[in-house]
Design a protein around this ligand. Structure first.
Ligand code: SF4
Ligand code: SF4
Length: 331
C-alpha cells in the first residue's frame, strides 16, 4: 500500500548532530563544519539540549547523527538520557563502522533503530562514493546488528552515480534482514554544493521510472520503504514543513534549523545559547518559508534548481515538494 505521509502535527522530530567528525569522506557528505562547528558536544550539553525538545504533550522522536555518532564515547549514556526524557523513538544513523563497541554497550530495548548508510548494491559503486572498504564494513555492521536483535534500516541516497544499482538492492535488503529501507535523494549542500556536483541530481523521468517500482518490489518483501516525493503531481497541494511541522536539525555550534536545505547558510531560525532556545533575527529560513512560487519549494529553487525544467512560456513543468514529504509503501 502506497501513501504520502503527511507532516505530523502531533510529533516533534529532533535530528541531533552530536558531533561533526567522521572517519569517512563521502563524496556527497552534507556536513559543512564551517557552518556547523567542529565540536563534539559533551554529555551534559547534550542532556540539556535534549530537554529543550522533550515536549510532554507531543510525541518526541530523536535521531542521533554526526559525523559518525558512534565515534562519541558517551553515546550509550546519551541514549539513556533520551529514554529518561521519554523520547518515543531513538534512532542512531551510522556509516556501519560502529565504533566504541556500540552493539555491546546498548541493547535492542534501548535503541529503536540503527540506520545504516549504504549507497550501492556493490562495493564498486558504494565505495566510489563512500570510500574503500565502506561497503564490506557496512554489511558486516548490519549483520552484527541484526544478529544481536537490533532493528536495522538502510538509507540509500540516490544520485546519478548509483541509481542504476537501486533495483539490485532488493536481493541485498532481503538477505540482510533489515526492517526498513529509506531511499533518499542527493541534496546539493555540503560537499556536492562546494564541488559543483549538481550534475548528480536525478531527473524527474529517471526518478519516476525507477524509484517507485523498486520501492514497491522491496515493500513486497514485507519491508517498510519510504522515499521522498520530490515531484508533485498536477493538482497536488504544496506544503512547507517549516510552517506546519516540528522538525529540528541541531548542530554542535548551537544552530537549529527547521529546513535541511538551509543548512549551508546562516539561515537557522533558532540558536541554542546557554542551554536556551532563542529565535534568531530576520532574515532567516522562516521568512523564506512564507514565499509562494510556481516551482513549489523556495529553497529547492535557490540551492538545487537542477531538478527543475520549464515550458517555452517559462512556467515550470513540475512543482517540487518539500524535501521532507515522503511516500511510504508497506506490503
Ligand atoms: S559517513 Fe556520513 S558524516 Fe561521514 S563522511 Fe559519509 S556522509 Fe559524511
Ligand atoms: S525543503 Fe522547502 S518546503 Fe521543505 S521546509 Fe525547506 S523550504 Fe520548506
Amino acid at each position: 500500500m502506497k501513501k504520502t505521509v503527511s507532516f505530523a502535527r502531533d510529533a516533534i522530530n529532533v535530528f541531533f548532530h552530536i558531533l561533526t567528525s567522521c572517519n569517512l569522506k563521502c563524496r556527497h557528505c552534507y556536513i559543512n563544519p564551517g557552518q556547523h562547528g567542529y565540536k563534539t558536544l559533551p554529555l551534559t550539553t547534550i542532556r540539556n539540549w535534549l530537554r529543550l525538545f522533550a515536549n510532554r504533550s507531543k510525541q518526541a522522536n530523536v535521531v542521533f547523527l554526526g559525523g559518525e555518532p558512534t565515534l562519541h564515547p558517551d553515546l550509550p549514556r546519551i541514549i539513556e538520557e533520551a529514554r529518561a526524557l521519554n523520547y518515543q523513538s531513538i534512532t542512531v544513523d551510522t556509516n556501519g563502522y560502529l565504533f566504541n563497541d556500540i552493539l555491546s554497550t546498548v541493547g535492542p530495548g534501548d535503541v529503536d533503530y540503527f540506520s545504516f548508510s549504504l549507497d550501492g548494491a556493490t562495493d564498486k559503486t558504494n565505495d566510489a562514493i563512500r570510500g574503500t572498504g565502506a561497503y564490506d564494513t557496512c554489511l558486516k555492521g548490519i549483520k552484527s546488528a541484526v544478529s544481536s536483535g537490533f532493528s536495522a534500516s538502510i538509507i540509500y541516497t540516490v544520485s546519478r552515480a548509483n541509481i542504476h544499482e537501486l533495483a539490485m538492492m532488493e536481493t541485498l535488503v532481503k538477505d540482510l534482514g533489515v526492517d526498513r529501507f529509506f531511499i533518499q535523494v542527493i541534496g546539493i549542500r555540503g560537499k556536492p554544493a562546494q564541488n559543483g556536483q549538481d550534475h548528480l541530481q536525478v531527473s524527474n523521468t529517471d526518478w519516476l521510472a525507477i524509484v517507485p517500482s523498486v520501492a514497491g518490489k522491496i515493500a513486497g518483501l514485507g519491508i517498510i520503504v519510504t522515499y521522498p516525493k520530490v515531484f508533485l503531481a498536477p493538482g497536488e497541494t504544496f506544503e512547507c514543513a517549516g510552517l506546519v511541522a516540528e522538525n529540528y536539525f541541531i548542530f554542535p555550534n548551537g544552530r537549529v534549523y527547521r529546513c535541511p536545505l538551509c543548512e549551508d547558510f546562516p539561515l537557522h531560525s533558532l540558536t541554542i545559547k546557554n542551554d536556551h532556545l532563542i529565535p534568531t533575527e530576520p532574515v532567516n529560513e522562516m521568512d523564506l518559508f512564507q514565499l509562494t512560487i510556481p516551482e513549489g519549494c523556495v529553497m529547492n529553487r535557490l540551492v538545487q534548481p537542477g531538478n527543475l525544467s520549464y515550458r517555452p512560456d517559462g512556467s515550470p513543468e513540475n512543482r517540487i515538494a518539500c524535501c521532507l514529504l515522503k511516500e511510504e509503501i508497506t506490503e
